[in-house]
Design a protein around this ligand. Structure first.
Ligand SMILES: Cc1ncc(COP(=O)(O)O)c(C=O)c1O
Length: 448
């Protein structure tokens, strides 16, 4: 069975260069063909793999080099192998005593992430399933640390460019959306710090308890990085918890340019960053690190009589006391194995390459008179649109680009206008595909 699955995976990965970046023409038909109740009697693996292969071939292709939509990651194969082994062994890493060596591997990964930001020894963290879950744990931690049990008068602050998961997490954490303060951005789409300070003071005067600011450390729309140092000053002066949403941008700290652009991030009380974005790993791995590890634990700890046989935390943590989950898979290997195989320098070099590619794409598109390229990439998102054209024309323009099936871009609204974005963040995307993307975009613009 393993060999049959591996045969499929090898074919799939070998075909990625030629595979369409998006293939939706028959996708719903294939979905309908798969609509069935489970068989009463067992069947054949090969035909099950064929069904899965058809499903995988119809839809978007986030694993391929032409995927520039949303936030790509690609999916490093070594990480898949790590998952394969971890799931076969099926250990339970959320209570340290059940698998101390495996817990140590996760601790190593989390410590490595903490070290990227100079976090102290008492910092702690978790491997979550993604940025949304990490942001939820962060907000619950900030709520508990700054507001205590009665928190309904707490107000929190994000920029107009914040990821929707932040407001969603706050709503799940029990806050009214009326307590959300959306702070205006400057022309570079970075939070206006004076507006933040003014809003915090107004809220305090009105009897609210401002408690949390969530700056972008690489926004989803454009990769904009809020003025982290200045926001940290406000957080310090006003007693706010600062949670940096670095789900997309965080791992750029490995590069010199990224470290420079993210200056001040190490002053955050907590940071979300997603290995399934900035480390190119397969979906299902995010992380949260918290400077004061005790605060993370205080927000998530709950004892239970049926767990009385397992030891309380000692040298190693019980991750269940730091996170929302109890039973979960062993995620550490997903990150640890690629790090062992390729070393940190490989990730640094790849991220540097993505920064170069984004600058190259930006320069090439900005030189096109038919295009408007309003924002220089602060990381690896290049937003662009047709000059002097309305939203419908730009929507058609995106359709033409994606019809090439060699690249797949997505869109957003910026300045109230339909804007196309190319996000370069797959380990499989290199200069050849970006040059091809430039030609495709030029041709589509000429046709428009
Ligand atoms: C800045 C930012 N924050 C949070 C998230 C949510 O992460 P996830 O999709 O892993 O839940 C994303 C996803 O793109 C993001 O870009």
């Amino acid at each position: 069975m393993g060999e049959a699955a591996l045969d499929y995976v090898i074919d799939f990965i070998s075909g990625l260069d030629e595979a369409p970046a998006v293939n939706v023409d028959r996708a719903m038909e294939v979905a309908h063909e798969l609509r069935a109740v489970p068989p009463e009697e067992g069947g054949d693996l090969r035909s099950a793999i064929e069904g899965f292969a058809a499903a995988a071939a119809n839809g978007f292709e986030p694993a391929g080099p032409g995927y520039l939509a949303f936030v790509p990651g690609g999916g490093v194969f070594a990480s898949t192998l790590g998952d394969f082994m971890a799931k076969a062994v099926n250990r339970f890493p959320n209570l340290w005593e059940t698998a101390p060596g495996m817990v140590q591997i996760e601790v190593n990964v989390i410590r490595w992430i903490c070290d990227l930001f100079g976090y102290p020894a008492e910092a702690r963290g978790i491997l979550a399933t993604g940025g949304s879950m990490a942001n939820l744990s962060a907000i619950v931690t900030a709520r508990r640390a700054r507001l205590g049990e009665d928190f309904l008068d707490g107000t929190y602050y994000v920029s107009e460019q914040a990821h929707a998961s932040v407001a969603k997490a706050a709503a799940i954490a029990g806050f009214s959306t009326r307590n959300l303060r959306t702070i205006a951005v400057d022309p570079d789409l970075r939070m206006r710090v004076y507006a933040l300070r003014r809003q915090v003071r107004e809220d305090r005067d009105a009897g609210f308890r401002p408690f949390l600011v969530v700056p972008n450390a690489g926004s989803t729309n454009t990769g904009a990085i809020d003025p982290l140092d200045a926001i940290a000053d406000v957080a310090e002066e006003e007693g706010l918890w600062m949670h940096a949403d670095a789900a997309y941008g965080g791992f750029f700290v490995l590069t010199e340019r990224g470290r420079e652009r993210l200056r001040g991030i190490d002053r955050a009380d907590s940071i979300t960053l997603d290995p399934h974005k900035g480390m190119f790993l397969p979906y299902g791995i995010g992380s949260l690190v918290v400077r004061d590890g005790a605060a993370l634990r205080a927000a998530h700890y709950s004892g239970a009589a049926y767990l009385q046989d397992v030891s309380s935390e000692g040298e190693l943590p019980n991750f269940s006391e730091y996170s929302i989950e109890l039973s979960r898979d062993f995620r550490g290997l997903r990150v640890w194995l690629p790090l062992q195989l390729y070393g940190v320098s490989t990730f640094r070099d790849l991220l540097d390459e993505k920064l170069d590619l984004a600058a190259h794409l930006d320069g090439a598109l900005a030189a096109e008179p038919a295009l408007e390229v309003p924002w220089r990439p602060q990381l690896t998102v290049v937003p662009f649109r047709l000059r002097g054209a309305d939203d419908d024309a730009n929507r058609r323009f995106l359709g033409r680009i994606n019809a090439s099936k060699r690249v797949f871009c997505s869109s957003t609204m910026l300045d109230g206008r339909f804007t196309i974005r190319a996000c370069i963040l797959s380990h499989r995307t290199h200069g050849d595909r970006i040059d091809e993307a430039i030609e495709i975009i030029r041709k589509a613009a000429a046709e428009a």
